[in-house]
Design a protein around this ligand. Structure first.
Ligand code: ATP
Ligand code: MG
Length: 337
């Protein structure tokens, strides 16, 4: 029996952070190791160009960084096909065809894209490629006929859009070759972890992230800067835990739930200082990040091998994509000769 394909990916716009780790990477590693799926993980460089067109070097640099992050968290090229979006030429063709099956009004309603346009301050100068990236993302998912897409919460509108495009294509060309994907979302509270500044989303483009590759001192310094409760001034003051990023992260990363509950109680009563609390969080994060950092350092010693891994992955992904494109061209009747 052929295994269900899962597809997911990341934009090479920086190194991956702990939000990616709990929101997506952990899930991927678990799905990979379950042996139940055929996993594809894409580095979305074409999509990164939609809002970084004039900074190709950032994309090139980040491509290697993201690949190292993948290997560091335990994605294994023997089990997971890791590949590069721009190398799959069928994606450009499929995106172009999908573009005719969606309206501008529909694209304008996408809440994630709306929020990103605001965040990036595009104003009236939204690159057309950025505005339409959910269409290209629909091509990414469907060219591999992926049934499962493990992603963070911000990706639900993209999946909805993809399902609509699948139905539109299958109906327009009277076929059933394309498959509707389902998102696989992280447990509640893990799908969109906040940045160290308290901003609703940790993001590599917002400069509010703790990276998987940060060294121990950097992690400690970032925890020190973390947003807590601005009203909690004296150690003896009662503090708030809602919106307090330190507690949000403890809830996520500390396996000792009883300890977190007792710290929360002390903090709310007064008598627990931010410095002490932050030192504790730093230790909790370190125990998760240290092994990842060490594995990353060992892969970093052979970058050509990392690039070769991506090339092999891209070759394999291309074979699958071309099979779908042969069917797409036939369904549309553009296989004239
Ligand atoms: P950019 O700012 O360039 O968009 P990003 O940090 O949003 O970068 P992406 O490459 O767009 O990262 O997202 C990759 C995956 O990580 C997606 O599945 C996304 O849902 C998930 N993800 C991103 N940020 C977070 C977060 N803060 N918490 C949980 N999951 C996240
Ligand atoms: Mg993003």
């Amino acid at each position: 029996m052929t295994k269900e394909i899962y597809l997911t990916g990341d934009r090479p716009t920086g190194k991956l952070h702990i939000g990616h780790y709990v929101g997506s990477l952990k899930n991927r590693v678990a799905m990979q190791n379950s042996g139940e799926y055929e996993p594809f993980v894409m580095i979305a460089d074409t999509q990164a160009f939609t809002d970084n067109a004039r900074d190709p070097e950032k994309i090139h640099r980040s491509l290697t960084e993201v690949a190292l992050d993948y290997l560091a968290v335990g994605l294994d090229p023997k089990k997971t096909t890791m590949f590069v979006q721009s190398q799959i030429k069928g994606l450009f063709e499929l995106t172009e065809y999908y573009m005719n099956l969606v309206t501008v009004a529909r694209l304008q309603r996408n809440p994630t894209v709306k929020a990103e346009i605001e965040q990036k301050g595009f104003g009236e100068s939204i690159p057309a490629g950025f505005f339409t990236y959910p269409v290209s993302q629909a091509a990414d998912i469907t060219i591999f006929k992926a049934k499962k897409v493990p992603v963070g919460d911000d990706q639900e509108p993209m999946l909805e859009q993809t399902r609509e495009l699948v139905r539109a294509f299958n109906s327009a060309y009277n076929t059933d070759i394309l498959v509707e994907p389902q998102g696989v979302f992280p447990a509640k509270g893990l799908g969109r972890i906040p940045g160290i500044d308290g901003n609703a989303k940790m993001s590599k483009s917002l400069g509010n992230a703790i990276y998987l590759s940060d060294d121990a001192d950097t992690v400690a310094a970032k925890v020190k800067q973390m947003y807590t409760d601005p009203q909690h001034i004296q150690v003896s003051d009662p503090g708030h835990i809602e919106g307090n990023v330190v507690f949000t992260y403890l809830d996520i990363f500390d396996p000792d739930k009883a300890q977190v509950a007792s710290l929360k109680e002390q903090y709310q009563q007064g008598g627990l200082g931010d410095m002490k609390l932050k030192r504790y969080l730093t230790e909790v994060l370190e125990s998760e990040l240290k092994p990842i950092r060490e594995r990353r350092a060992s892969f970093e010693e052979d970058i050509p091998a990392v690039l070769q891994m991506l090339k092999d992955g891209s070759d394999h992904a291309n074979q699958i994509a071309e099979k779908t494109m042969t069917e797409v061209r036939a369904a549309m009747g553009v296989n004239y000769f």
